[in-house]
Design a protein around this ligand. Structure first.
Ligand code: ATP
Ligand code: MG
Length: 267
């Protein structure tokens, strides 16, 4: 589909098209389109931009990944399609493992997504390195990123069925996990395993947003792009007094203010 270069909502339409194409290619479950649509609605209300409190959560997320013993970035179908390459970059910079982990697992979809992720890793290896890295250093760093998901040999306690499955060397043993677009009860189960759970979710009211240790209320592609830039700048210390509730309140205020602006237009 051609989207005109001066279309005001070009980025949003391009993302929608990526999801539609990936679904047609068999990489996503049908419900992926519905989840994306809900995200679009919240993003519209947030003005399709990164709000200040989300930027603070992104910095906190990067600091926690850097400080972790076993950092893992868990990617589902939508986040792989929308943010896969920056997930590889972020994993390389912070020393995290990547695990492809989908709710409605079929071997076919899993294989397609793992293939896609490996392809993206090769693309990132061949891409221009971020500042401060030579081409050789960057290649070496990216080549070390492990992509897990093919052999799920552990279960997340407290969950029924295939959604409990994960890799022992990845999600299961992680101490800090960045899991964009997580489901509420899985987020809760990961918290019960004493992990620090960092989520990306445009809905500040979702159970995922409310249960997480650090919530990034932002669109997943924008969130990973900013976190990658932040990781290039270097490490910082995690905030031991992190107030996640205030992050959710700021996002709700931003949404409320946008509803207020719209009602003013009607006057
Ligand atoms: P929960 O299980 O946490 O209560 P839910 O069941 O309401 O949430 P799900 O269908 O599990 O929601 O997941 C979709 C979530 O992902 C929605 O909250 C939606 O706002 C969010 N989302 C969808 N696309 C994006 C995106 N591109 N970037 C960020 N968030 C997104
Ligand atoms: Mg859910």
């Amino acid at each position: 589909m051609d989207i005109h270069t001066d279309h005001p909502r070009r980025k949003s339409l391009a993302s929608r098209q990526k999801i539609v194409d990936a679904q047609a290619a068999g990489m996503l479950a049908d419900s992926a389109l519905i989840a994306h649509g809900r995200g679009e609605a919240f993003d519209y209300l947030l003005g399709e931009k990164t709000i200040d409190s989300a930027r603070q959560s992104q910095r906190e997320a990067v600091n926690r990944l850097f400080s972790a013993q076993e950092p893992v970035i868990s990617m589902n179908g939508n986040s792989t399609i929308l943010a896969g390459k920056n997930a590889v970059r972020l994993a390389a910079l912070t020393g995290s493992k990547l695990e492809v982990n989908i709710f409605y697992r079929t071997e076919k979809r899993m294989n397609l997504l793992l293939e896609k992720m490996k392809f993206m890793k090769d693309e990132v290896m061949a891409s221009r390195p971020p500042k401060r890295f030579t081409v050789v250093e960057w290649k070496q760093l990216v080549s070390q990123v492990e992509i897990l998901g093919a052999h799920q040999d552990s279960l997340i306690p407290g969950l029924e069925g295939p959604r409990a499955r994960c890799c022992s060397g990845g999600i299961f043993q992680s101490d800090v996990i960045l899991v964009p677009l997580e489901d509420g009860d899985r987020c809760q189960a990961l918290i019960s395993m004493s992990k620090q759970v960092i989520v990306v979710d445009l809905n500040p009211l979702s159970r995922t947003s409310r249960f997480a240790t650090v919530t990034i209320v932002d669109e997943v592609a924008r969130a990973f792009s900013t976190m990658t830039d932040m990781a290039v700048e270097g490490k910082g210390d995690p905030d031991m007094d992190w107030d996640n509730q205030s992050v959710l309140e700021s996002a709700l205020n931003a949404i409320g203010n946008s509803a207020h602006r719209i009602s003013e237009l009607d006057d």
